[in-house]
Design a protein around this ligand. Structure first.
Ligand SMILES: [Fe+2]
Length: 261
């Protein structure tokens, strides 16, 4: 079974504390006070789009509630969805706050290997938060593809069914391990592509995820054991394609801006 994300920080802390002889890093972990989050500061010239900034290391991330009742999906149990949302996703959010508290304590004297470990965990938990929120939000539908994304997929892959075959086999390739399969839009080309990621951090730099499929074992093992294909069947049965279409529409506009079109 793949390690749960909410255990990872503890493992890192243990490794780091061993490297430091114990006291310093663990002391920092246990005593670091939450950084008070300043309110967002708008920086907007008259008539310009509003841009907001938030303080670095505010450690105020909060879980987004499920967009559907956890027992309402077809073939994915309430126990599985609730555990996934509360423990795996919730654990990532909690650990993101913890690691931001630790990063707030970094000074020029902090050993670089400690900073490197914290930065790696920051990226892992931050991307885990984003991808899990995208995953839960693209569930809760009836699985019937429709709208602009349906035509775009068919044009890109020959047929819509052929794309689904690619998405399914990409997910199957991650079975028994960890990672994500995603249908994404490349900002620099405007093209739809299906991507593989072996963990939370291997996302294509210029891509916007439109449909994400969690292939960490924690997303299916409780209901399906090692029967990965049955989980992928259930996933497709519950896709909320209206959400995917909304993301596609926004991503196309983002890509046009990115390319200066
Ligand atoms: Fe997950």
């Amino acid at each position: 079974m793949t390690a749960d994300v909410d255990t990872d920080l503890t493992r890192r802390e243990a490794l780091a504390s061993l490297a430091l002889g114990g006291a310093a890093f663990l002391g920092a972990c246990s005593t670091a006070a939450p950084v008070a989050a300043e309110p967002p500061r708008p920086h907007a010239a008259p008539g310009a789009p509003t841009v907001t900034t938030t303080p670095a290391f505010a450690a105020k991330h909060a879980p987004v509630p499920l967009p559907f009742p956890p027992g309402s999906l077809n073939g994915l149990s309430e126990k599985l969805i609730s555990s996934h949302h509360e423990n795996n996703y919730g654990g990532a959010v909690k650990n993101l706050n913890k690691v931001e508290q630790e990063l707030a304590q970094v000074t020029k004297d902090t050993p670089p290997f400690i900073v490197a470990a914290l930065r790696e965990r920051e990226l892992t938990f931050r991307n885990s938060k984003t991808l899990h929120e995208a995953y839960f939000a693209n569930l809760g539908g009836n699985g019937q593809r429709s709208g602009a994304i349906e035509g775009a997929i068919a044009t890109t892959y020959g047929t819509s069914a052929k794309w689904e075959e690619h998405m399914r086999t990409t997910g199957m390739g991650l079975g028994g391990g960890s990672g994500w399969a995603s249908l994404s839009l490349e900002l620099d080309t405007g093209a739809l592509r299906t991507f593989w990621s072996g963990n939370h951090t291997q996302v294509l730099a210029t891509s916007v995820p439109l449909l994400v499929l969690d292939m960490y074992e924690h997303s299916y093992h409780m209901d399906f054991g090692a029967a990965v294909a049955r989980y992928i069947d259930a996933f497709f049965t519950n896709v909320q394609w209206d959400e995917v279409n909304a993301r596609f529409e926004r991503a196309q506009r983002m890509s046009a801006l990115y390319r200066g079109a």
